[in-house]
Design a protein around this ligand. Structure first.
Ligand SMILES: Cc1cc2nc3c(=O)[nH]c(=O)nc-3n(C[C@H](O)[C@H](O)[C@H](O)COP(=O)(O)OP(=O)(O)OC[C@H]3O[C@@H](n4cnc5c(N)ncnc54)[C@H](O)[C@@H]3O)c2cc1C
Length: 577
């Protein structure tokens, strides 16, 4: 099998939201530099915003909100476990990103006077900026990547970061169509590989029918781990509300500002705010599993023109198949409640808080390695966070290049990885990757899905360790299948991380995200701390505490408990008209 070697200054892995802005920024700042963008799909339609996006969930627009308010809101939403500096850096820089997107032609909803038309969905402040015409966002990003002159390599999947003397020396992977090995030598790598979206198995049973973009299989989490980086908050799972059987979001962010909301089977509103947080998910879960379940999205009370607007945004911008789904069932928003459910579990900082540990510069704990977007631990960062941190990482990577020593990939590391990648092609018999993946993800559902217990997770961990050996039996007949096998490695790694971090934190926190039946209370005395994971000197996965840095913006006791008071008491619940 061929090996292709490219020399670069900066490599960006993953050409979705964060990867696009990282590559544009790096290339614009280094006009004669060699910026390479690796994407295992095709950047034209890759990542979570492939089809479009109908709004920014966390826009901090002057006159509507301040960075300080936002940092406080996220601190409270995340039960206090945040690195406020990293959240603040996003908050400080995000408006400039909006203005840049505006200048690139991204269409945001504006008022008649030309102001950004911000809506309130969060518990306290107003941060949601609708993009009813956001269907061409990915096309615009791709155009900017090309215009900047970035070298884009589509259909190449990165599998390992090459590290020499503790510093980044490049990336290795392979072409998923032709099968050759790709090595990109570079002193700085920015990982932008999205969430770990293929961890739990969706209720439909389809491997790729996930809430998250299914090409994000936890690649970035696993690659960062094997490079020696710390990961954080892995026990804070992502669980989302979604439309039952459709597996897409109900989009409280779109419907909320227009008057839509969640109700139980009695038609009663039972939570005050539909903003996604672990506590909101716990109330949702409890209602779903009570005599008042199931849970519905209620739009029936809205005026016909408002319903037309909801349909226009939800069925055209982000999820064209959603309109067909409702039509197929003979349901309409005007006369029917939309049944909702909860998603499979995943790891994602964008919606929750689990990711590779980064500071306010996007630096991981490995020199030369940066991470942005859903895989980097800046809680509740969403789309604008990915775009903003892509830029921040590019700036930090270029600063690093000015002081970083020359470094070469180690031949032994390249040989070992080449052998690992190609091994499944030479196995004559064994297990197909989809069978292996199904098994591991079913075990994830059986043993890790909250509510969690120590007994179940201990058993789960045993199975995930056994599954490590079983990887030696997985076969591939083509480069495409080889990609699936490598994804099996990533998925299994993430399952082990999820079990270990969850076992380590012996309390409950973040509502449903880390709800342990054996430790049902939040215990600030012992657990007001980050739980980080890393590979130790013996190559073992270890969990440890990393203290929460002193806050930039202190939170008083009243504010801290705000997200714990979401439930509307039964006696105050009323059927909404
Ligand atoms: C259903 C859904 C609805 C959402 N709605 C909203 C919303 O309304 N508002 C909002 O603000 N946010 C929303 N978000 C969140 C937002 O879309 C994400 O936070 C953001 O797009 C994440 O960007 P990213 O760059 O981290 O990941 P992505 O944009 O997903 O990019 C990751 C890229 O990495 C590539 N990749 C992965 N592994 C490898 C590898 N090994 N080698 C090479 N390439 C690789 C993937 O193919 C992909 O292109 C939503 C997310 C989802 C899933």
């Amino acid at each position: 099998m061929d090996i292709r070697v490219t020399e670069a200054d900066v490599v960006v892995v993953g050409g979705g939201s964060a990867g696009s802005t990282a590559a544009v920024e790096a290339q614009q700042r280094l006009p004669r530099g060699r910026v390479v963008l690796l994407e295992k799909a095709h950047i034209k339609r890759s990542g979570a915003i492939a089809i479009g996006m109908d709004g920014l969930n966390n826009a901090i627009i002057p006159g509507h909100a301040t960075p300080e308010q936002y940092v406080k809101e996220i601190t409270v939403a995340n039960d206090g476990i945040v690195n406020q500096r990293a959240v603040y850096e996003y908050a400080r820089n995000s408006f400039a990103m909006i203005q840049e997107l505006d200048s690139w032609g991204v269409k945001f909803q504006k008022t008649r006077s030309g102001d950004f038309d911000v809506k309130k969905v969060h518990h306290n402040g107003s941060y949601v900026l609708p993009m009813p015409e956001g269907y061409d966002l990915k096309k615009i990003l791709t155009r900017m990547v090309k215009r900047a002159g970035v070298k884009v390599v589509n259909r190449v999947m990165a599998t390992r970061i090459l590290v020499t003397d503790g510093r980044v020396a490049g990336v290795i992977g392979f072409d998923t169509r032709e099968g050759h090995i790709e090595i990109i030598k570079a002193r700085a790598v920015i990982l932008c590989c999205g969430a770990s979206g293929r961890l739990g198995l969706p209720a439909s049973g389809y491997l790729h029918g996930t809430y998250e973009n299914p090409s994000n299989a936890g690649d970035g989490y696993s690659m960062a781990y094997h490079a020696g980086a710390e990961l954080s908050g892995i026990e804070c799972f992502q669980v989302n509300p979604l439309i039952k059987d459709y597996n897409g979001p109900a989009c409280a962010y779109v419907t909320g500002p227009l008057g839509g909301h969640t109700v139980n089977a009695r038609g009663h509103r039972f939570i005050e705010s539909d903003y996604w947080s672990g506590q909101m998910m716990l109330e949702f879960y409890r209602e779903l599993h009570s005599a008042n379940g199931p849970v519905y999205l209620k739009l029936t009370h809205l005026a016909p023109e408002t319903i037309t607007e909801v349909e226009r945004v939800l069925h055209q911008t982000e999820r064209p198949s959603r309109g067909r789904f409702h039509e197929g069932r003979g349901h309409s928003y005007a006369s029917d409640l939309v049944e909702m459910h909860i998603s499979e579990i995943g790891l994602c900082s964008g919606h929750s808080a689990s990711g590779v540990w980064v500071n306010e510069k996007g630096e991981t704990t490995v020199p030369g390695l940066y991470a942005a977007g859903d895989m980097a631990c800046v809680p509740h960062n969403y789309l604008l966070g990915a775009l903003t941190y892509g830029k921040i990482c590019a700036q930090s990577a270029l600063d690093y290049l000015e002081r970083a020593p020359a470094v070469e990939p180690l031949a032994a590391a390249v040989d070992a990885e080449r052998e690992r990648i190609l091994a499944p092609l030479s196995r004559r018999s064994g297990v197909a990757p989809h069978q292996y993946e199904y098994k591991v993800r079913r075990l994830v559902n059986d043993y890790l899905q909250p509510p969690k217990t120590g007994n179940k997770m201990t058993l789960g961990l045993e199975y995930f360790l056994r599954a490590k050996e079983e990887l030696e039996e997985v076969t591939a007949e083509s480069p495409h299948e080889l990609m699936r096998v490598m994804e099996c490695h990533f998925i299994r790694d993430c399952a082990e991380m999820a079990a270990r971090a969850s076992l380590y934190r012996t309390e409950s926190r973040w509502g449903l995200y880390h709800y342990r039946l054996d430790y049902p209370e939040m215990d600030d005395r012992s657990w007001f701390t980050h739980v980080n994971l890393k590979k130790d000197e013996r190559g073992e996965m270890v969990a440890f505490k990393r203290p929460v840095e002193p806050y930039l913006f202190p939170i008083n006791d009243g504010e801290r408990a705000a997200y714990h008071r979401l439930r509307i008491p039964a006696e105050e619940q009323r059927a909404s008209a």
